[in-house]
Design a protein around this ligand. Structure first.
Ligand SMILES: Cc1cc2nc3c(=O)[nH]c(=O)nc-3n(C[C@H](O)[C@H](O)[C@H](O)COP(=O)(O)OP(=O)(O)OC[C@H]3O[C@@H](n4cnc5c(N)ncnc54)[C@H](O)[C@@H]3O)c2cc1C
Ligand code: SF4
Length: 544
């Protein structure tokens, strides 16, 4: 167990009892990797920083490993976020630390091939490995990012490792941002040992120790521009009562108000922040939604467009031996063997942890059939394929729009087309081959109803199953784009410095700036790009 590291002077929504008017040099909206590293660097450089985060402040003692409590508290829309047609389930973190509260710790630098595409197609000439590597070197030191050892591969990941190697597919060990990981397997519900080097243990305390003021449960509703419409003057947030956070402190004080009695309602209080510069780090989906709610200039209609999801399909294998897919480092191996498929969507392969609630949502079927499959959970393995979207000319990606409740509710639209279904079919066949090669007795797809493959000869049955939205389970844990960076205002929301094309003191430092998806897990890319852009903002005197 690593020691706790509280964020000094953090303010929770329930502690805000009057409306607040704050002023600072830089106001940061959102405390995921993009916002946290920016806050730490700016505060260390002497800027007065305010961070506003809509989610709660959770720490080790809040993480009791219960999915029914953790998922509503730590995920966007209580864990129910999905595309408007419900065809893609969207897992996205919410709270102090953003996605790092719940992510599975896999850490990759942005591949050179992705950076090269950004330079050639979007004019992002500074996005070179030479410019970004020093940032990643420093981040890897700070967050203890290192490669797993072979003995850390749990049985669930070993299926991918063994099966891919038997078939001659390239497969590699992953890097993770952990320090003395106890391999509980519960990264997705908050780390109970402080091993995960999430933002609430690293860059956010760093920032607060240098004077940054951090506010949890403060949802920024809109940004207000000056009369000339060229600069942002203030950010206006509503205060939420929070849900679940601080529960351990109240129970230690024998306070009867337990986590179930709060439901994240607005308290009626407002926080208004005036600043010289504003950095949006609300993540893909929420940052474009904030720009839309604020009705800021968008003459080329770029806000919310080209949203990328790395859409995920899975196959589930049953083994004679125990797999216990809920224990051990959640991810330790990956295969990028099929990442490049000219003219088609590429995909890469990883393994997800299968805690019971997540598994019960993912597994197809209902009633006695579903129960039977859940009883088999200790002997099940899952492999996932993540589609590398955004690299083909014909792809438009997803769109973010507002719907009702004064823009508080949003709609994510992501049309699944034959381009996706072709890649999903191929990926499912590859994963089934891998699982059988590793000794699976049976492999099932997440079609509705599920297709059960009893021998490798059945694999081609996948081609005969109709594919359409909601006919197969599709997920995403990697949201990107929607405020894409481009040197040309007609192609992007922000420029090569991640500064808004039409508002001189507005910046976006999060996964929404990626003009395509990444082809790897995003957190280290978000950190590296934000770190690089923060240095530019510091060099500009953080005045925007
Ligand atoms: C289950 C799961 C597993 C994952 N596993 C991995 C992994 O192993 N490796 C990896 O690299 N990536 C992983 N990811 C993805 C990764 O965590 C995200 O890509 C990354 O955190 C994105 O960083 P960000 O700064 O863009 O935004 P986020 O991390 O999403 O942070 C944005 C924050 O801003 C807040 N916010 C949004 N709007 C507002 C507003 N209007 N006002 C105030 N606050 C606001 C949000 O509540 C959130 O806390 C995983 C994600 C999930 C959900
Ligand atoms: S697997 Fe390691 S990093 Fe993840 S929750 Fe358990 S102890 Fe923390």
């Amino acid at each position: 167990m690593n020691p706790d590291r509280p964020i000094p002077n953090i303010t929770r929504g329930v502690e805000i009892t009057t409306d607040l008017d704050l002023s600072c040099d830089v106001c940061i909206v959102g405390s995921g990797p993009g916002g946290s590293i920016a806050a730490a660097k700016l505060a260390a450089a002497g800027a007065k920083v305010v961070v506003l985060e809509e989610g709660g402040y959770f720490v080790r003692k809040d993480f009791d490993l219960q999915e029914a409590r953790a998922i509503p508290s730590l995920y966007q829309e209580y864990g129910n976020r999905a595309t408007e047609d419900l065809s893609i389930t969207i897992l996205q973190g919410r709270g102090i630390g953003g996605g790092t509260l719940v992510n599975w710790t896999t850490s990759y630098r942005t591949p050179d091939v992705t950076l090269s595409r950004w330079r050639s197609d979007f004019g992002l000439s500074a996005f070179t490995p030479e410019n970004l590597n020093p940032h990643w070197d420093e981040i890897e030191r700070r967050l203890s990012i290192h490669e797993v050892t072979p003995d850390e591969i749990n049985e669930n990941n070993r299926v991918l490792w063994d099966g891919a190697r038997k078939l001659g597919y390239g497969v590699e060990l992953l890097k993770r941002n952990v320090n003395r990981c106890a391999h509980t397997g519960f990264c997705g519900l908050g780390c109970p040992t402080n091993a995960k080097q999430a933002m609430y243990l690293t860059y956010l305390p760093d920032a607060a120790e240098k004077g940054a003021r951090i506010y949890a449960n403060c949802r920024v509703l809109r940004l207000l521009a000056d009369a000339g419409g060229k600069r942002i003057e203030s950010a206006e947030a509503e205060v939420l009562e929070g849900m679940g956070d601080g529960a351990h402190e109240r129970s230690e004080r024998s306070d009867r108000t337990d986590r179930s009695e709060r439901s994240d309602r607005a308290t009626g209080r407002r926080v208004v922040v005036k600043a010289k510069a504003f950095v949006l780090s609300g993540g893909a989906i929420n940052t474009p939604a904030l720009l839309l709610r604020s009705a800021l200039p968008d003459p080329h209609g770029r806000v919310g467009k080209r949203t990328w999801l790395h859409p995920v399909v899975a196959t589930i294998a049953r083994f004679a031996k125990r797999i216990d897919p809920f224990y051990g480092a959640p991810q330790s191996v990956a295969s990028h063997h099929f990442a490049e498929r000219p003219g088609k969507l590429g995909y890469f392969l990883e393994t997800p942890p299968l805690q019971p609630m997540l598994a019960s949502i993912a597994l197809a079927g209902s009633g006695p059939e579903h129960r039977r499959r859940m009883e088999q959970l200790p002997r099940l393995n899952a492999v996932i394929a993540l589609l590398r979207d955004g690299f083909l000319d014909q792809e438009e990606g997803g769109t973010i729009a507002l719907r009702g409740d004064r823009g508080r509710r949003l709609a994510v639209r992501y049309p699944l087309t034959e381009l996706h279904f072709e890649a999903m079919r191929e990926a499912m066949k590859t994963m089934a081959r891998i699982q059988f090669a590793a000794g699976a007795l049976e492999v099932s797809t997440l079609h509705q109803p599920a297709l059960a493959l009893r021998t490798p000869r059945d694999i081609d049955l996948i081609d005969r199953r109709p594919m359409a939205p909601n006919r197969v389970g599709v997920f995403t844990a990697h949201q990107m784009g929607g405020c894409g960076a481009s040197s040309e205002p007609t192609k992007g929301v922000v420029n090569g410095d991640l500064r808004h094309h039409h508002l001189e003191n507005l910046f976006v430092f999060d996964g929404s700036v990626f003009p395509t998806s990444l082809g790897v897990n995003p957190q280290e890319s978000v950190l590296g790009v934000s770190s690089w852009a923060t240095d530019r903002l510091i060099a500009a005197g953080w005045k925007g």
